[in-house]
Structures are given as structure tokens and as C-alpha cells.
Ligand binder design. Structure first.
Ligand code: HEC
Ligand code: HEC
Ligand code: HEC
Length: 283
């Protein structure tokens, strides 16, 4: 009997604790992965970013139809509606699994409205069709952009450098992070000369890193110049304030290091690290 009571109490406690477990469970985010066939419509499988350009056209076609139906310009309206119908239908030709997102039954309706110059009916039809765009975008747009267009860095090796050695992005990043933190620690503890001596290795690491930007940024060097230029300006400034005999200048070097970290490290991270990390989650 005693045993039964014990079991009963245990069971009660267990049941009582269930909602607590449920409450403790962290909320999760579910993302849908687009069908693999979509890759066919992107580089490198394709010569062009076919899918993306179809999307740009669809948006343009919807706008043109909206404006021309309001202006009652029949010739232009017909031209743009034909283009639209063709592009809208191509969605399911490219990705058959996505047929279910399309309101294909609205296309004959649209065609008829255009032919009969029923201008006032066109806008509501376009609005309905646009809902199909939204549904698919809600489900897939962000993940597809990351999967098929964002560059990855996790498997990237930087070939040449001042040391002549290959190094992965990840290892170089850790080395740079150590350099920045060592300078920071030395400044905090007033070892300004030590901090100054640590700048050159950091400059070399950044120079090594900059040899990799051109792998992808061949034509547009502006973003690279903006980030690497900031380091070529800020690190010598930092070195000068650390080497100064003026106490105030030495103390202001912490702020200068912070400025460097934002303009050089954080700016690049906001584009490349964030998208690279997110993309890595999908693989
Ligand atoms: C079945 C899915 C699907 C449907 C339907 C769809 N799209 Fe898209 N759309 C996508 C995906 C996936 C992307 C992301 C492409 C990328 O970033 O490379 C996208 C991206 C876009 C973009 C690019 C946004 C940007 O600025 O980067 C535009 C514009 C667009 N779609 C317009 C439309 C319009 C207009 C329609 C409806 C007439 C539509 N799409 C219907 C899947 C869809
Ligand atoms: C290309 C522009 C770029 C610049 C400039 C840059 N980083 Fe990074 N950083 C990245 C990318 C991309 C990753 C993710 C690498 C990966 O996916 O393995 C990263 C990752 C890191 C990581 C995490 C490494 C890990 O173990 O995952 C640290 C720490 C880091 N960076 C520090 C720095 C510091 C400090 C600076 C400035 C001195 C800096 N980075 C400048 C692009 C950059
Ligand atoms: C693996 C290819 C690749 C490498 C390597 C690379 N980038 Fe990029 N970068 C891109 C692409 C592609 C874009 C366009 C944005 C996008 O689609 O993510 C971009 C965009 C940027 C941008 C934002 C665009 C702008 O005009 O502000 C900055 C800044 C940038 N890169 C800096 C760098 C720096 C600095 C390096 C080297 C340390 C570097 N990138 C290395 C591919 C790369």
C-alpha cells in the first residue's frame, strides 16, 4: 500500500511538472528549404540568374499592367499582360513542385479582361495574383536568397600572404581577434608600448585577408577599399597615439581601437559573416 502511495505521489509530481517542461522548451523557428531544382536557375549551374530576373520582370509587369489599365492604354496593356502570363507560367516550368502556389485559373480571367478592355476589373485581379507572390515569398524568399546568392566562407582558404602560407578564413579570423584583444588588454593595463608593437602583426593579417577579396570582387573594388582603406588609415593613427608621450592621447587609443573594430571588422561581418553563418545552417 505504502508503495502504491509512493508511486501515486510520484506520478502526480511527474504530471504536475509537465507544463513546466513545456514552458521551458525554447521556441523554435522553422524554415522551408526550396526544392533543389531551383539551383538549376542560378549560377554556377546556369549562365545567368534566371530565376531572379524572372522575378524582377514579374514585378515590373504587374506595375505596367496596373498603370496602363488605369490610363486605358490598350496596346501597352496587351503587350505587358502577354509578357506577364508567360513569365508567371514559367514559374511552374522551372520548379514543378511550386505549381500549387500559382493561381493559374486567374490567367484566362486576366486575358479576357484585357481583351474586352474591362479596365476596372484588372486591378482586383492583379491584387489576387499578387497574393500568390506573397505566399511563396513568405515561405521561401529569404532562404532561397541565402542559399543561391550569398557567398560562403566556411570552406574558403586564403592562398597567399606575407607568410606564404595557406590559411582558412576561420583560423585567420581567430588570429585577428586575438590580435585585437591583446592590443585592447595592453591598452587597458597601460602597456602602451606593448600595444604599439602588436599593431604590425595585425596589419599583416589584414593584408593577408585582403588578398582574398579579389576572388569575388574583381570589378567592384569599392567595398574592399572602404574596409581595407579604413584599416590602413586607422591602424597608423592608433600606433601614433600609443607612441605619443601625451597621456591623454595614449588614453584615447582605446576609442581609436573601437573605431577600427567597427569600421573594419563589424562592417564586413554585417554582410559576409551574417549571411555566411545563416547559410551554413541550411547545408
Ligand atoms: C513559387 C514561388 C514564388 C512565386 C509564386 C513568386 N516568387 Fe518572387 N521570389 C521567389 C523566390 C524564391 C525569390 C528569391 C530569389 C532570390 O533572392 O534570388 C523571389 C524573389 C522575388 C523578387 C526579388 C526581390 C528582391 O528585391 O530581391 C521579386 C521582385 C519577386 N520575387 C517578384 C514576384 C512577383 C511579382 C510574383 C508574383 C507575380 C512572384 N515573385 C511570385 C519565389 C516566388
Ligand atoms: C571579409 C570581410 C571580413 C573582415 C574584414 C573581417 N571578418 Fe571576421 N569573419 C568574416 C567571415 C566571413 C567570418 C565567418 C567565417 C566562417 O564562416 O568560417 C568571420 C568570422 C570571424 C570570427 C569567428 C571565427 C569563428 O571561429 O567562427 C571572428 C572572431 C572574427 N571574424 C574576427 C574578426 C576581426 C577581429 C576582424 C577585424 C580585425 C575581422 N574579423 C574582419 C569576415 C570578415
Ligand atoms: C566568396 C566571394 C567573396 C569574397 C571572398 C569577398 N566578398 Fe565581399 N561580397 C561578395 C558578394 C557576392 C557581395 C554582394 C552582396 C551579396 O550578395 O551578399 C559582397 C559584398 C560586399 C560588401 C557590401 C557591398 C557594399 O558595396 O558595401 C562589402 C563591404 C564587402 N563585400 C567587402 C569584402 C571584403 C573587404 C572582402 C575581403 C576581405 C570580401 N568582401 C571578400 C562576395 C565576396
Amino acid at each position: 500500500m505504502k508503495r502504491l502511495v509512493k508511486v501515486f505521489i510520484f506520478a502526480c509530481l511527474f504530471v504536475a511538472s509537465l507544463p513546466v517542461f513545456a514552458a521551458d522548451k525554447p521556441p523554435t523557428i522553422t524554415l522551408k528549404k526550396p526544392p533543389q531544382v531551383l539551383a538549376q536557375w542560378y549560377k554556377p549551374a546556369n549562365k545567368r540568374q534566371v530565376w531572379l530576373h524572372t522575378m524582377f520582370r514579374l514585378r515590373r509587369e504587374i506595375l505596367a499592367m496596373k498603370d496602363y489599365s488605369q490610363q486605358k492604354k490598350q496596346v501597352e496593356l496587351e503587350k505587358w499582360s502577354q509578357k506577364f502570363i508567360k513569365d508567371y507560367q514559367s514559374i511552374a516550368k522551372m520548379v514543378p513542385q511550386w505549381q500549387k502556389y500559382l493561381y493559374s485559373d486567374k490567367l484566362p480571367e486576366l486575358k479576357e479582361q484585357v481583351q474586352q478592355q474591362n479596365y476596372s476589373a484588372i486591378k482586383p485581379t492583379l491584387k489576387k495574383l499578387s497574393k500568390s507572390c506573397m505566399h511563396c515569398h513568405d515561405d521561401y524568399q529569404t532562404v532561397a536568397t541565402l542559399m543561391f546568392r550569398a557567398p560562403t566562407f566556411n570552406d574558403r582558404v586564403i592562398a597567399e600572404g606575407f607568410s606564404g602560407e595557406k590559411i582558412s578564413y576561420e583560423d585567420l579570423m581567430e588570429n585577428m581577434s586575438d590580435s585585437v584583444n591583446r592590443i585592447n588588454i595592453a591598452i587597458k593595463d597601460g602597456y602602451y608600448t606593448n600595444a604599439q608593437a602588436l599593431i604590425e602583426p595585425l596589419e599583416q593579417q589584414l593584408e593577408h585577408l585582403s588578398t582574398s577579396c579579389g576572388d569575388c570582387h574583381q570589378e567592384d573594388e569599392v567595398p574592399v577599399h572602404r574596409i581595407m582603406g579604413a584599416s590602413q588609415e586607422l591602424l597608423p593613427e592608433l600606433a601614433r597615439s600609443l607612441g605619443s608621450t601625451d597621456k591623454n592621447k595614449q588614453q584615447s587609443s582605446g576609442a581609436k581601437l573601437g573605431e577600427f573594430a567597427v569600421k573594419v571588422c563589424a562592417k564586413c561581418h554585417s554582410i559576409h559573416r551574417l549571411s555566411s553563418d545563416l547559410k551554413f545552417l541550411f547545408d
